[in-house]
Ligand binder design. Structure first.
Ligand code: NAP
Ligand code: GLV
Length: 309
């Protein structure tokens, strides 16, 4: 007979809501909050304090409420031998698709150009463009980037994608490796970033990388700020190589008030809201995985500690 599972919920906000949601779905479990809780089987976290792990000496798994686990992996206190499980979609893919569609449609329909025309009271109609004419590159074809690439291709855009290992997605030209990246970037009039922050991706998008894009391309970083060299982006925006940047994530968050990205005419800033975990979907996902672990079954979403995502 399986033992009563004990769970500890430690989220930066809405902790009691999370505790109630998990308890309702797993009534047989003891669900606690608070960093001084006795040792539990599972912990469900978002931005936990380091002290949390000191008392948790018999964890069977750590569940992240976020898709990105770079913050958790950077914590020296994170137990090295306990499986770390990330959020897979958790209601975020539809939100990422909406953001990506906004960026793509803004480019296709030249809404940025019309904003600038309006600022000069200039009536300047431009020719229409078919959707299939717009070439979009998606960096990262995982749970979120893969869904975005699929949706944009279904909408009629011409989509390429790049991932570490080879992928196959219908109507998406999937690339991997350095040569694949060069090929993809050369045609990406819109570049969307869905890579995790790892030693291999941090600083990846710098001056030389931006130069591989067609002149006047547009970029949207919706994953992690560390992947993009902000100074190189500002230089590329200033010399016109990059036409517009949509940034949801930054090297330092919140973006400091004096940062030039806030005021650059060609930059659109959002405060790390591209996609937010849906509590109902997330609680169901975590509880489903706990049930499988309790039954001795394998689960998906276990972070590869060597790849760091
Ligand atoms: P995921 O499923 O782990 O997908 C990551 C993708 O990046 C995979 O296709 C992976 O390749 C690829 N990749 C990783 N390292 C690479 C490398 N060195 N070279 C080329 N490709 C590489 O992650 P996800 O769930 O889609 O989420 C992506 C990221 O979005 C998260 O890590 C998080 O940082 C960010 N995020 C941001 C927000 C927000 O609101 N702004 C919300 C949620 C998530 P393989 O397929 O070959 O493994
Ligand atoms: C948010 O940034 C996440 O990684 O889920």
């Amino acid at each position: 007979m399986t033992q009563t599972p004990t769970l500890l919920v430690c989220t930066a906000k809405d902790q009691d809501d999370w505790r109630r949601a998990v308890s309702a779905l797993l009534p047989e479990a003891i669900v606690r909050t608070g960093i001084d809780a006795p040792p539990c089987d599972y912990v469900i976290v978002w931005k936990p304090p380091a002290e949390l792990f000191a008392a948790q000496t018999r964890l069977k798994a750590i569940f992240s409420l976020g898709a990105g686990v770079d913050g958790l992996l950077a914590m020296p206190a994170l137990p090295a031998d306990v499986p770390l499980v990330r959020m897979e979609d958790g209601g975020m893919a539809p939100q990422m698709i909406e953001y990506a569609l906004y960026v793509a449609l803004r480019r296709l329909r030249r809404f940025g150009d019309y904003e600038r025309s309006q600022a000069q009271a200039s009536w300047s109609p431009r020719p229409a463009r078919p959707r299939g004419d717009l070439r979009i590159g998606v960096l990262g074809l995982g749970v979120l980037g893969g869904e975005v690439a699929r949706a944009l291709a279904q909408f009629g855009f011409r989509v390429s994608g790049w991932s570490r290992t080879p992928k196959s997605i219908q109507h998406v030209a999937c690339e991997s490796g350095d040569a694949g990246l060069t090929r993809m970037l050369a045609h990406s009039e819109v570049l969307l970033v869905f890579l995790p922050s790892t030693p291999a991706t941090q600083g990846l998008i710098g001056r030389d990388f931006l130069r591989m894009l067609p002149a006047g391309a547009c970029i949207a970083n919706l994953s992690r700020g560390e992947i993009l060299d902000e100074a190189a982006l500002l230089a590329a925006l200033d010399d016109g190589r990059i036409d517009e940047a949509h940034l949801d994530v930054f090297a330092h968050e919140p973006l400091p008030p004096a940062h030039p990205l806030w005021r650059h005419a060609r930059v659109r800033v959002t405060p790390h809201i591209a996609a937010l975990t849906d509590p109902v979907i997330a609680a169901e996902q975590v509880v489903g995985k706990i049930r499988r672990l309790q039954a001795g079954l394998p689960i998906t979403g276990v972070v590869d500690r060597r790849q760091r995502y």
